[in-house]
Design a protein around this ligand. Sequence first.
Ligand code: 8YV
Length: 312
Amino acid sequence: MTQVLALGNYSDTDQAALKRDLDPVFVKTASDIAALPEKDRSRITALAFMGHHPFSGGEMHLLPNLGLIANYGVGYDAIDVSAADARGIKVTNTPDVLNDDVADLAVALLIAQGRQMIPASEWVSSGNWAAKGNFALARKISGGRAGIVGLGRIGRAIADRLTGFDMEIHYSSRREKDTPGWTYHADPVSLAEAVDYLIVALVGGPETENHVSKDVIAALGPCGIIVNISRGSTIDEAALLDALENGAIAGAGLDVFLNEPAIDPRFLKLDNVVLQPHQGSATVETRTAMGQLQRDNVSAFLNGKALLTPVN
Ligand code: 8YV
């Protein structure tokens, strides 16, 4: 008798592993839960959750015996943790195992945009190099000034990589951290004024919504590049689009957006961006580790053991 519900668009590998370890009922979206027979819904005690669509009290209510939501991902902003708390539901996530991949992608986005790698590649593949000559000069990244917005585990992994490029590291976060040689800014506007490149590594959720505001974007200035590997909600997206369209900043490297995957079509017309389809943790190695940690949390819960990576 299964006690586990697996919600989300799992890869074939993750589905097979879930089946092998937990034999769950699979649903693609939260709206599929209501369609399950009531007796099946009441059997569910643990939910293996994947995705970015809100999962709030209304959905939890459909699973009256739910005791655990095990998120596949470090960011759990889709899950209403207060609603879970109110129902005595535990929440877990998959921190740390994805730090390297997300930080690698942030650096890749910065270099790809700064060095104009996408248009330069098109210059070669279109035959322009042979027909028209050299491509325009790009921007130097090494030795530049990098500003990390949010110095959590992923923010630190990004900053550590950028020190390898001899970059000056500035950061903003809720409080100053023990970071010899790095400059703390309490205010993101002051951070943006001090740097060439702004890399956003905040947690998602209501507290960080539009944290990178119109004023922060303006403070970065016309040579600035913004990289976002956190959540679309952390940047005032309309202000970012305006700034990209009118040259108020030089460009952006973005892995996350509002309304993924149906992102604002204004992004599709820009030639000063590198866009990724929310790929920060999307490597075979890291997704394997994330899936394992999610299943280990579910198994611990079902066996009455301590959760490995609790959130609440
Ligand atoms: C997603 C992520 O979990 O970890 C996070 O917070 O955003 C990603 O790794 C992944 O895309 C699955 O939805």
